[in-house]
Design a protein around this ligand. Structure first.
Ligand code: C2E
Ligand code: MG
Ligand code: MG
Length: 723
């Protein structure tokens, strides 16, 4: 088609030369360019060569008549849309119908009204141009929609019929013929889980006469699922009643997938595939909200691998990564198995395992029957993680430390709950590893107050805020006081009396344990001297040495100096070192112990049973006594495991000619069991709590007196229960 600056080209086809001439003259006057052809064949050839803008075609021609020529023209390339006006003298309705059947645009009757011809041609050209432009813009729109995977539809509410564009059909995976016309039938294509949502949106829009917008899944006949975004609005009739709804449907599957991928990257840990701490936090908050509404039990486990850093440093990051991956899988597995503990099966799937970072993981348990069930899960996790791992020819054994916090008991919000589970985990780690601990407030106090404590700990010595309490040790045969253990106390100006469990680890960390330890040693020596000078029975004092103190270079010198300064006989002083401190560096321990032993002081291994030491080491250490850790005494004699452990320690200790001391004896049943099993000494609240120096002096004096005057030396029960 020519543009507006060039005159339109008209091809006039007629076997009658006069007719062609008249047509040419008329049309040229009207501003057209004219070409001619004498029959159907000539018309086809001229059309292909000249591409006219309009064809005037006579009906009755020899060789190829107008009808045949018109049909043939339509089939040519570019022939479909060219306006063809047929000139006919046949005015019967059959002929007129034929004109349209063969694809002509319109007809002009003969004889031709020549003055009108130019107008007719102009009109048909303009109408054709408008139609072409519309087709083009429709084509562009269709293309744009196809590219955007966007289709449109219109729903006649009265008849329930829907017109859908081809793109909608393509999105739904149907041919236009397969497409159900009724709107109600469309529901069948929506994913069953999304049907209600879609219907709610559509009917709410109809009811309120407002636009709607909804994302949902459709299931194509071949089973594939696509995600679509649908928007629509209501069209009302003049009476204001909703008559139609029209809108668009867009396939947003790819966009959604990309979004999901981003979501996956932002919320999941790429190494283990577990939710990361962001997602965990979000889900934790939901769980807390749910728990608040339904008072469902919520338990948080915080966990990290023991010795992970060392494995990573020595075997490399690749092994470290493999270990984390495998550990995550085992963790998931052991949490999955916990469904037997929950009230309903589906709740088990809600257990959430996440990686917080590094070798730190969290597990959120929901729907447990009781808080104690979390211990079973923790136990199973420990079992799974302590199985050896095999990577690149290495067999690796790790354990884990787990802290447990229960909502809302141990924290009224997710953040506090997590913080407290962490505190319990750190506690478990400090107390032997490969273990779990339930949170209690004491753990938190030390964490929260750590900072303030640290600065005031610096000043505590100068300000004379420390004191020693003394707890008697009783001989189980003679039932007399055979020694005392010095236990440090810190009288903080604001916080009151602080337990050594809360500040000794901090003093260790900061190195302040060195001057504090020396103060303890010298104060204990001064006390021995004071009791000696007061004429009291000779009672040795035991002091506790922390790992750092014990491993300091000049420990022997410090001890010798203290003994000399206070003129104390070495056998009056006993040093307690915990089993775990002794095992930290067994070679060095053995050397130091020998030197100390040479001075003449006694040595005790404290908290025995918690450090997994081997007998071969014990044999090499020049020690005098073993103190059975309180945790094995507490449940005596009811707990069969503890009974076996206590008996084994006593038998083994005696075989190594060691004295056995039981810690934490709180009742008569424990005492009877220990006495019956030939334990040598005991210490605990049953006889006396740790006492300030003055009260302890009194107790020793009274006891010595009572023992001297009593006909029997049998210990009759608790004597002092203060402090
Ligand atoms: P430890 O040496 O094993 O001391 C025994 C702990 O058990 C003491 O806690 C004592 O008060 C407590 N205890 C004694 N009998 C009973 C009982 O019948 N029931 C219960 N529930 N507890 C009992 P304390 O005084 O809080 O000391 C805790 C730990 O702090 C000590 O454990 C020791 O390891 C450390 N510690 C105490 N004083 C010093 C010190 O001067 N230097 C160093 N380095 N550590 C110290
Ligand atoms: Mg001790
Ligand atoms: Mg102990």
């Amino acid at each position: 088609m020519s543009d507006s600056f060039q005159p339109a080209l008209v091809l006039v086809v007629d076997d009658d030369m006069t007719m062609r001439l008249l047509a040419r003259e008329t049309l040229e006057q009207a501003g057209f360019t004219v070409e001619e052809a004498e029959d159907g064949h000539g018309a086809l050839a001229a059309f292909e060569a000249l591409r006219p803008d309009v064809v005037l075609l006579d009906v009755v021609m020899p060789v190829l008549d107008g009808f045949e020529a018109c049909a043939a023209l339509r089939a040519l390339e570019g022939g479909l849309h060219v306006p063809i006006l047929m000139m006919t003298g046949l005015d019967d309705s059959d002929s007129i119908n034929r004109v349209y059947e063969v694809g002509a645009t319109d007809f002009i009757t003969k004889p031709i009204a020549w003055p009108m011809l130019g107008h007719r041609v102009k009109y048909v050209l303009r109408a054709n141009r408008a139609a072409m432009e519309l087709t083009q813009s429709q084509q562009r729109l269709t293309n744009a929609q196809r590219i955007a995977q966007l289709g449109h539809w219109e729903w006649d509410i009265g008849t329930d019929q829907v017109q859908r564009s081809e793109e909608v059909c393509r999105i739904l995976g149907l041919t236009p013929q397969q497409m159900p016309a009724a709107h109600t039938a469309f529901t069948g294509l929506i994913h069953p889980q999304d049907r209600l949502t879609v219907e709610d949106a559509v009917y709410a829009a109809l009811y309120r006469q407002q636009p709607f917008s909804v994302d949902f899944r459709i299931v194509r006949p071949d089973g594939t699922v696509r995600i679509v975004h649908e928007q629509g609005e209501v069209i009302c009739d003049p009476a204001g009643k909703a008559s139609h709804m029209q809108g668009t449907t867009q396939d947003i599957t790819e966009r959604k997938r990309a979004e999901e991928q981003i979501h996956q990257l932002a919320l999941y840990d790429s190494l283990t595939g577990l939710p990361n701490r962001h997602l965990f936090k979000e889900q934790l908050n939901h769980a807390v909200a749910r728990s608040e509404r339904g008072d469902e039990l919520l338990v948080m486990l915080s966990l990290d691998l023991d010795r992970f850093k060392r494995i990573n440093d020595t075997l490399g990051h690749e092994v470290g990564d493999s270990l984390l991956k495998e550990a995550a899988a085992r963790l998931n597995q052991s949490v999955r198995q916990s469904d037997v503990l929950t009230r309903q099966d589906h709740e088990a799937r809600n257990h959430l395992v996440a990686r917080q970072g590094g070798d730190e993981f969290t597990v959120l348990l929901t729907g447990l029957n009781q808080p104690q069930d979390a211990a079973k899960v923790a136990h199973r996790i420990l079992g799974a993680l302590s199985q050896p791992f095999h990577f690149a020819g290495n067999e690796i054994v790790v354990g884990a430390s787990i802290g447990i916090a229960v909502y809302p008991l141990d924290g009224a919000d997710g953040e506090t709950l997590l913080k407290n589970a962490d505190a319990a985990k750190n506690y478990a780690k400090e107390h032997g590893k490969n273990n779990y601990e339930y949170y209690n407030e004491k753990m938190n106090t030390s964490a929260v107050q750590k900072l303030t404590l640290e600065s005031s700990l610096h000043r505590a010595l100068e300000r004379d805020e420390f004191s020693l309490f003394y707890q008697p040790k009783i001989d189980l045969t003679s039932r007399s006081i055979v020694g005392v253990e010095a236990l440090i106390r810190w009288q903080h100006p604001e916080m009151g009396l602080i337990s050594p469990a809360d500040f000794i680890p901090l003093a260790e960390e900061t190195g302040l344990i060195i001057p504090i330890g020396e103060w303890v040693l010298r104060t204990a020596c001064a006390q021995i001297r004071a009791w000696h000078d007061a004429g009291l029975a000779a009672v040795p004092i035991a002091i506790n040495l922390s790992a750092r103190q014990f491993h300091q270079q000049n420990i022997c010198e410090i001890v010798t100096t203290a003994l000399r300064d206070y003129k104390v006989a070495a056998h009056m002083l006993e040093l307690e070192i915990t089993e775990s401190a002794a095992m930290q560096n067994a070679e060095a321990t053995s050397a130091t112990l020998h030197k100390l032993k040479a001075i003449g002081v006694s040595i005790a291994i404290d908290d025995f049973g918690t450090g997994y030491s081997s007998l071969s080491y014990l044999k090499r250490f020049p020690i005098d006594s073993l103190k059975i850790d309180r945790s094995f005494v507490t449940e005596l004699p009811g707990n069969q495991d503890d009974v076996s452990i206590a008996q084994a320690v006593i038998t083994m200790g005696h075989a190594l000619r060691l004295k056995i001391v039981a810690e934490g004896v709180e009742n008569e049943a424990q005492l009877d069991f220990l006495a019956a099993n030939l334990c040598d000494e005991m210490q605990g609240y049953f006889f006396s709590r740790p006492l300030p120096a003055g009260q302890c002096t009194q107790l020793i004096a009274d006891h010595a007196g009572a023992n001297r005057t009593a006909s029997s030396d049998r210990f009759e029960g608790p004597v002092a229960r203060t402090a």
